[in-house]
Design a protein around this ligand. Structure first.
Ligand SMILES: Cc1ncc(C[n+]2csc(CCOP(=O)(O)OP(=O)(O)O)c2C)c(N)n1
Length: 392
């Protein structure tokens, strides 16, 4: 059996700067240590969100570990197959194995217990059972860190009893939530298209890492102005805010350009970001009420007040704007905020002028270009205030 304190020290030794995930009772001792607030731990609302956070950590120059129960493996399949694998962004997974040995656990875990290692391998991820013996486990963690340098992910299957659970849960004092501020409503000018909002953002000339969501938003941004500091999330719809979160947790200022369909897909990220982001984080929602990139089918966004939802989750400020001038004014005000998440909900006209281009470079090259830009140009936090330290 491994000591969780030793395990966490090993992670630190291997510069695994960002730990995220969703709990499992098999490794509750490890979570108790993480929850005491002394580690760079960012609990996620879903395991898929956690994979995107860990991917963001790598893009910020660090390494990310996702801890999860195997029941959450299904939630990870999308970002593991359409984000980390095609972009060659390495993540380390620690997946507990409920339902194993066969017949020893609750029925809802039986099938996943059987197929966990095969499923991970099917996703192309090198998978090993974490050893009970400290020296062997240390070698495995070194191996995982080495694979990160080669831009390859690795998964550890955590069987029952691998980590000592005799650690009492940490007492975490919850601050009293403050009443949310009011949404600022702005109306001025004709309703813009998505491309016009992107132009308004670019015209502000703010140089910060910018993550664009799946589909036409990424493609239009690429077509308008391809920059090293742009990350085009061509797959993994809904994961842009979480990926941006992985960057922000490292102390970076970030902008995320999101869609209404995409945000609705992983709304839990609003709570994760509000809780952990301490850097300037601008979340722009381009709400055309449509899944325009797949042919214009309706989303469920009609009447959804994304600005109020963000404030209810703990964002510091939020705007709802209708009209091109309103968008510009809201973006100007929003970038002046320097202490956490703000959201600008832009009502946009459906429509796309011409088929926007797709990024021409190889996805792994785009990821490396972005990472190099970020690590060369932005200072990252040295721990504390929500940031994790990144050491060369
Ligand atoms: C997980 C996942 N589900 C579905 C898709 C297919 N898909 C790609 S873009 C898109 C629509 C996105 O809608 P929205 O975020 O509102 O942006 P818009 O296309 O309107 O700009 C869909 C459904 C996908 N790529 N990934």
């Amino acid at each position: 059996m491994l000591n969780p304190a030793w395990f966490l020290d090993e992670l630190d030794r291997h510069r695994i700067g960002c730990i995220t995930g969703v709990p499992c009772s098999y490794i509750s001792g490890l979570y108790s240590m993480l929850e005491d607030g002394t580690r760079p731990y960012f609990p996620a609302t879903s395991e898929g969100e956690a994979v995107a956070i860990a991917a963001g950590a790598w893009l910020a120059g660090s390494r990310g570990l996702v801890l999860a129960q195997n029941s959450g493996l299904g939630n990870m399949v999308n970002p593991l197959s359409s984000l980390t694998e095609p972009f060659e962004i390495p993540v380390i997974l620690g997946v507990s194995r409920r339902g194993w040995p066969a017949g020893t656990d609750e029925p809802q875990h039986a099938l996943m217990g059987q197929i966990t290692p095969d499923l991970l391998r099917l996703l192309g991820i090198h998978t090993e059972k974490l050893a009970l013996d400290q020296a062997a486990a240390a070698r495995q963690l070194s191996h995982a860190a080495g694979r990160c340098d080669e831009r390859r992910s690795m998964a550890f299957v955590l069987e029952k009893g691998v980590l000592d659970n005799a650690v009492p849960p940490a007492e975490v004092a919850e601050p009293e939530p403050l009443p949310p501020p009011a949404v600022r409503v702005l109306r001025a000018g004709p309703r813009p298209t998505r491309a016009q909002v992107l132009e308004s953002w670019l015209a502000l000339g703010i140089s910060r890492p910018t993550v664009a969501t799946t589909g036409y938003t990424s493609r239009e941004l690429y077509g308008l102005d391809d920059r090293d500091g742009h990350f085009y999330l061509v797959g993994s719809m809904g994961c842009a805010p979480a990926l941006a979160g992985g960057l922000a947790f490292a102390g970076l200022p970030v902008t995320v350009l999101d869609g209404d369909g995409a945000l609705l897909m992983r709304m839990g990220s609003l709570a994760t970001l509000a809780r952990h982001v301490r850097t300037p984080f601008l979340h722009v929602v381009l709400d055309n009420g449509r899944h325009e990139s797949t042919g214009g089918q309706r989303t469920n966004s009609g009447g959804v007040d994304f600005a109020a939802a963000a404030l209810a989750c703990g964002y510091r400020a939020a705007w709802r704007c209708d009209g091109r001038e309103a968008v510009t004014a809201a973006l100007r005000e929003a970038v002046a905020h320097h202490d956490g998440c703000v959201l600008v909900h832009c009502l946009v006209r459906p429509g796309v002028a011409a088929k926007p281009p797709r990024p021409k470079d190889r996805l792994p090259d785009l990821a490396l270009r972005f990472r190099t830009h970020v690590t060369d140009n932005f200072a990252v936090a040295e721990g504390g205030s929500g940031g994790y330290s990144i050491r060369p």
